[in-house]
Design a protein around this ligand. Structure first.
Ligand code: MIG
Length: 778
């Protein structure tokens, strides 16, 4: 194709850009207050302002009619009662809560958001809110020299998105993801701006195709949509963690995952028969490599019909699942949205009979080509259909399955546009709406149907859902893997900022296909990737049909031993990770985070793409290049101890760190602690003994953290069956004092105490709750 050659940049072939003319919202002519909402009549449209909390405001512009305020698929809360002080003059209306100030200039209508110190966070000047005749809506905001932009969900490229123009349109991209690949599987129209140590967030709640442009100008940035309302929320932070708490207050937080889903997952497109799966499982047991999950990709089905098993390949799935469970392994099957058009297939029959499939306005079912051939797609925008689909999962739960993998739910269709016809009219619970508007939430709503259906069917057990597509709020239902990457070192590198930005977008439980999906992996890449994977929130090795198998033993004993060490380490760290997942479920904070989240005052952290943190006190600095055994590591403020060697390093410096193939450089901040467990066996991965490793500091320092545990698989924690310890560590020259500030919950773990170990050559005495001791008795 000529477009793929240099012909694309043939002189004279430059794209001509017609000057786009936007109609500005114009002067504000009238203000009316109804309930807690302010409605502005402007010359060219209407605007609503609501305080969701004292730190979150919502702005909604509608060029035609009174803004609609109740159609969100992402926001799960109603506005709180916020006390607002008002000052109104000829030129400006000022609305003030305790955490923010809004200045609404009237001629023309321009909105500024300020913090209580009077610093301008978000502001409009020459340009403000505008639209075009074709329905496009846009907001222009001033860009400051020191603005750094993060979040935007699942994007390739580097962490900071300044200088980029990003598109949101859920897309199945098998072509190699590269830094200019834009729209991917998830659309999360949310970002956080970090400026001189202070952060604020903007959530543009619009499900049409949207764009975020931090590229066109150095003076302003913009966000726009192909249709709908200009509807956005500003979260004033000011700490990055507060921004994320505010954003996830709006869009929800992840449910506490079943502990088994935090273990190691092994996948392949596909393990094709029962015999192959059994052999795979036995290999893990024989080699003593812990594994919690084996995924079944599309070959398990009968002709790719969802809710079926191929009887020849998998003659007795129930027995297989039971036997694997005995071995400590769960099975997660893939479920795609496409239902094969086959008049002898019960799911299709039922779907047609009950009118559950997406249709055109004229009433014809939409058919798209996917794995099973022509297929119909459930209309997940309709509550009734979600319930139908959810209930169908009894097929899986009745044979012992507790987790589902949703793929192709952008939805992906094998055609030119890669998706469903945008003219399809979704029923949308009585508010018919085209696919053009609801495309980006199709995956989210499939996830909702699946998660809720699994939860009902599992009767008290926590379901696990893995989903490829989603929209803001996807964290409420599923974990997300970053789709079809490749076995390239560049893709290992890119997975770090990708997962960190997903974490900054409210989605804490994510990870890439470890080893790379397409292309042949190699021993060194797989080994280095497994080291990283051991600490990404979601840890799954997955590879594609036609490429090299990449189970941990495929490249000989030397590599197997190293990968085994890191997969085992995942389980040693499980008590620490589980406590962080608890934090994600409560506050929306990511497990894996960029350094800037903990050190927003340190500009050196603003663009670190090749290091990440686990929680607030551990830095990982993996090797991400072939044949490299030394790398530069930036350590921020504080003193740091290298996990494997015990060596101390000074903060606010770059260090050259040596790491042979078997080494992953990990640094723990002095004065803090990490929880490490010993697990029983591959069959029973419960924590047997628990140790708190205290990285003693001889300076006066204090550190607090929360340790959380429960049975890991039921909802009994909702009734108080958990163990939660708020811990505090006071370091000083001669002693380390550990205090259990608060203990909550009635869960009795099988370990009866927490052993305390001082790491590093220190000889301080250790006190627990005032008495000299090296254990916390539970
Ligand atoms: O287009 O089910 O991203 O993980 O193995 C291929 C087969 C469809 C895409 C998923 C990949 C999965 C594959 N699927």
């Amino acid at each position: 194709m000529l477009g793929d050659t240099s012909f694309a940049i043939h002189p004279g072939k430059e794209k001509k850009v017609d000057a786009v003319v936007y109609r500005d919202i114009g002067n504000l002519v009238d203000v009316e207050k109804t309930g807690a909402a302010y409605f502005f009549q402007c010359v060219n449209g209407k605007v609503a302002i609501q305080f969701y909390t004292d730190a979150i405001i919502r702005v909604t512009m509608n060029q035609k009619q009174k803004p609609a305020l109740n159609h969100s698929k992402a926001v799960i809360v109603e506005p709180q009662l916020v006390e607002v002080e008002e000052h109104d003059t000829e030129e400006v209306l000022i609305l003030k809560s305790t955490k923010l100030e809004l200045h609404i200039e009237k001629q023309p209508c321009r909105i500024k958001v300020l913090d209580p110190q009077g610093r301008v966070l978000v502001s409009e000047d020459k340009h403000g809110m505008a639209y075009r005749e074709n329905g496009e809506v846009i907001a222009f905001k001033q860009m400051k020299e020191n603005d750094h932009f993060y979040g935007f969900g699942e994007k390739s490229g580097h962490l900071n998105k300044r200088g980029e123009r990003l598109e949101m349109w859920n897309t199945d991209v098998y072509a190699p993801h590269n830094p200019e690949t834009n729209a991917l599987y998830e659309s999360i129209p949310y970002f956080m701006t970090l400026r001189d140590g202070n952060a604020h967030g903007i959530f543009f709640d619009n499900t049409f195709r949207t764009f975020f442009d931090m590229k066109t100008s150095e003076e302003y940035y913009s966000f726009s949509a192909e249709g709908g309302q200009l509807d956005y929320y500003v979260m004033v932070g000011p700490h990055p963690k507060m921004v994320l708490e505010q954003y996830t207050y709006l869009t929800g937080r992840m449910p506490l995952p079943p502990k088994w889903s935090l273990g190691y997952h092994q996948s392949r497109y596909s393990y094709e028969t029962e015999a192959e799966v059994r052999e795979l499982a036995q290999n893990f047991i024989d080699k003593n490599i812990p594994v919690d999950v084996i995924h079944l990709d599309i070959h398990y089905m009968n002709g790719y019909r969802v809710f079926t098993f191929d009887k020849e390949r998998f003659p007795n799935p129930e027995k297989l699942i039971a036997d694997l469970k005995e071995m400590g392994i769960r099975v997660v099957p893939i479920v795609d949205p496409g239902v094969k058009k086959d008049s002898e297939y019960p799911i299709y029959q039922e779907g047609v009979r009950e009118d559950n499939f997406c249709k055109y306005i004229e009433g014809d079912i939409y058919y798209g080509e996917v794995w099973p051939g022509a297929s119909a797609f459930p209309d997940f925008t309709e509550e009734r259909v979600r319930k139908w689909w959810g209930d169908k999962h009894a097929f899986y739960t009745s044979i012992g399955i507790e987790g589902i993998w949703n793929d192709m739910n952008e939805p992906a269709v094998f055609n030119e546009t890669k998706t469903m016809d945008v003219e399809v009219m979704h029923r949308n619970d009585g508010n018919p709406t085209t696919h053009r508007e609801l495309h980006n939430v199709y995956g989210l709503l499939m996830g909702k149907a699946t998660y809720e259906g699994m939860k009902d069917n599992l009767q008290g057990k926590r379901p696990f859902l893995l989903t490829r597509a989603g929209y803001a709020g996807v964290q409420r239902y599923g974990s997300v893997w970053t789709g079809d990457n490749r076995s390239f070192w560049e893709h290992l590198q890119m997975s770090l900022p990708m997962v960190m930005n997903l974490g900054l977008s409210g989605v804490a439980f994510t990870g890439p296909d470890v080893g790379g999906f397409a292309h042949d992996t190699n021993a060194e890449l797989l080994t280095r990737w497994t080291q990283v994977g051991a600490f990404t929130p979601f840890f799954r090795n997955h590879s594609a049909i036609g490429f090299r198998y990449q189970e941990p033993w495929q490249f000989g004993e030397k590599y197997e031993a190293i990968m085994k060490k890191y997969i085992q380490m995942r389980y040693v760290w499980m008590p620490q990770l589980y406590s962080l997942f608890y934090q994600a479920s409560k506050q929306g904070l990511p497990v894996m985070r960029p350094l800037l989240m903990e050190y927003p005052d340190d500009v050196k952290t603003y663009n670190i793409n090749d290091q990440f943190m686990i929680g607030d006190n551990v830095i990982m600095a993996p090797i991400l290049n072939p044949a490299v055994t030394d790398r530069a590591v930036y350590l921020p403020e504080g003193d740091w101890v290298e996990f494997s060697t015990g060596a101390s390093y000074e903060g606010e410096k770059v260090h050259l760190i040596h790491a042979e193939l078997e080494d992953l450089p990990i640094f723990v901040r002095k004065g803090s602690a990490i929880m490490q467990g010993e697990w029983s066996s591959n069959q029973d991965k419960q924590t047997k003994t628990l140790t708190m490793n205290v990285y003693a500091s001889s300076n006066e320092e204090s550190y607090s953290f929360t340790f959380y545990d429960d049975d890991g698989e039921s909802f009994a924690y909702e009734n108080g069956e958990f163990l939660k310890l708020d811990l505090e560590i006071q370091s000083s020259a001669d002693k380390i004092e550990i205090n259990v500030v608060e203990k909550e919950g009635s869960y009795q773990p099988s370990y009866r105490e927490i052993k305390i170990e001082l790491v590093g050559a220190t000889n301080q005495s250790v006190f627990v709750n005032g008495a000299e001791s090296k254990r916390i008795t539970l």
